[in-house]
Write a protein that binds this ligand. Structure first.
Ligand SMILES: Cc1cc2nc3c(=O)[nH]c(=O)nc-3n(C[C@H](O)[C@H](O)[C@H](O)COP(=O)(O)OP(=O)(O)OC[C@H]3O[C@@H](n4cnc5c(N)ncnc54)[C@H](O)[C@@H]3O)c2cc1C
Length: 381
């Protein structure tokens, strides 16, 4: 008998889940993967787009290249999810399955930060990163703020990386002395599970004259005065605002009744939702790990392994361990890595820091190429 699995969202979580199921189970599983987009883009590629290092075309992995046997990709916008019936309505048809996996990621709510769309920029979407790329050449003097507008947000090191790369970019253009860079983050340190990582980032900030404003969020931008308004009422004048927007579940998830308190609650070991046969992985959940691709991928692997074991009649596989490695751009073609563990000591995540190097930068490239090959059926492994 074939088990039908409907995977909503072809991002980090959805691609990892689909490819693993198909590779392990072959024709024992019938996977339908749905996404509104026509291509996958790694989150970190947005930093490359923003600083003009790579074009949006160069970083797209088109879904029409998906060659994984037993995975049927459908480009469609999901308009309704009925988790009790495991039925999904899209703009091109309705789907039902034995197992439903929600991997729809996080959307952005720009309107939650008044003034952001009018006088600021976000760099968390491809169009947003392109807009920043187009405006950066005209920034020659004044204050740039890299500011976080809400938590949780994807890839906690990303605002620090953006500031370090902005410093490098402005130095390269010979205008750094005429500019000021401030980073506003709602945490006391840039990467709180790893003091060594935070120390390295703060040391780089100090070395490069990047000012750090910890423990604060940007709640609004005042178009009249061009000031960022902070959550304690403080105001910071800016000439260029590069924002991390408020994150939220996609509207279709909110309407489905799957989310509680903003995100989909899941059993942290199994990623099961409260609806039988319905799982959720990645940024759309409140599983307790950061919103990052490596965690979405790890969670997807755990769901895949449970389904594989169940279909093969094997024992229950290990649960989700909440570990993952994040890359951190340090400029000068150097990348650092932090290996984090969120579940071993509940409430006390830990992290191990690997200092920036060109070798780690190469590891990051290999991370991307290995996923491309695995997810798109270009190679096995
Ligand atoms: C600047 C930046 C840097 C980052 N750097 C890193 C990094 O170095 N390492 C790392 O691990 N992570 C990084 N991330 C985070 C990473 O990109 C995300 O956490 C990851 O993509 C989450 O995976 P996911 O599967 O949960 O969701 P996503 O990958 O976002 O996939 C969700 C999919 O659902 C689709 N979708 C949503 N709604 C609908 C709908 N109604 N109908 C149809 N389809 C829909 C979307 O099109 C999308 O393809 C970064 C992010 C940013 C913005």
């Amino acid at each position: 008998m074939t088990t039908s699995v409907l995977v909503l969202g072809a991002g980090f979580g959805g691609l990892e889940l689909s490819s693993r199921l198909a590779q392990e189970l072959g024709a024992q599983v019938d996977v339908t993967l749905i996404d509104r987009g026509d291509a996958f883009v790694f989150g970190f590629a947005k930093l490359d787009i923003m600083f003009g290092k790579r074009t949006p075309e160069a970083v797209r992995l088109p879904y029409h290249d998906l060659a994984t046997p037993n995975v049927r990709f459908r480009q469609a916008t999901i308009t309704a999810i009925d988790p009790e019936a495991r039925r999904v309505v899209t703009d091109v048809g309705t789907y039902e399955a034995d197992v439903l996996v929600v991997a729809l990621g996080a959307d952005y709510d720009l309107a939650a930060t008044p003034g952001l769309a009018e006088v600021g920029h976000e760099f968390y979407s491809v169009p947003g990163a392109e807009a920043v790329r187009d405006v950066l050449p005209s920034f020659r003097a004044g204050t740039a703020i890299v500011g976080v507008c809400g938590a949780p947000f994807k890839c906690p090191p990303a605002p620090s990386e953006a500031a370090i790369l902005l410093d490098e970019y402005l130095r390269g253009r010979g205008v750094r002395d005429a500019t000021r860079i401030q980073v506003v983050i709602p945490f006391s340190t840039p990467v709180h599970p790893s003091p060594a990582t935070s120390e390295a980032i703060l040391a780089r900030f100090a070395q490069r004259g990047i000012e750090f404003v910890p423990g604060r969020k940007v709640t609004a931008l005042d178009p009249a005065t061009r000031e960022a308004v902070l959550d304690d009422g403080g105001r910071l004048p800016f000439d260029l605002f590069l924002g991390v927007p408020v994150h939220c579940v996609p509207a279709v998830v909110e309407a489905s009744g799957l989310a509680t308190g903003g995100w989909i609650p899941v059993d942290p070991a199994t990623l099961a939702t409260r609806f039988p046969g319905v799982y959720a992985v990645g940024d759309v959940t409140s599983v307790g790990t950061p919103k990052a691709g490596v965690f979405a991928e790890g969670a997807a692997r755990v769901v895949a392994d449970q389904l594989i074991a169940r279909i093969r009649g094997e024992g229950v596989p290990p649960g989700y361990d909440g570990t993952g490695s994040c890359w951190i751009e340090f400029g000068g073609h150097q990348v650092a890595r932090v290996d984090v563990d969120f579940f071993s000591t509940p409430g006390h995540p830990t992290g191990t820091f690997t200092p920036p190097s060109e070798r780690t930068a190469q590891e990051k490239v290999e991370f991307g190429t290995s996923r491309h090959a695995r997810w798109f059926g270009l190679a096995t492994g």
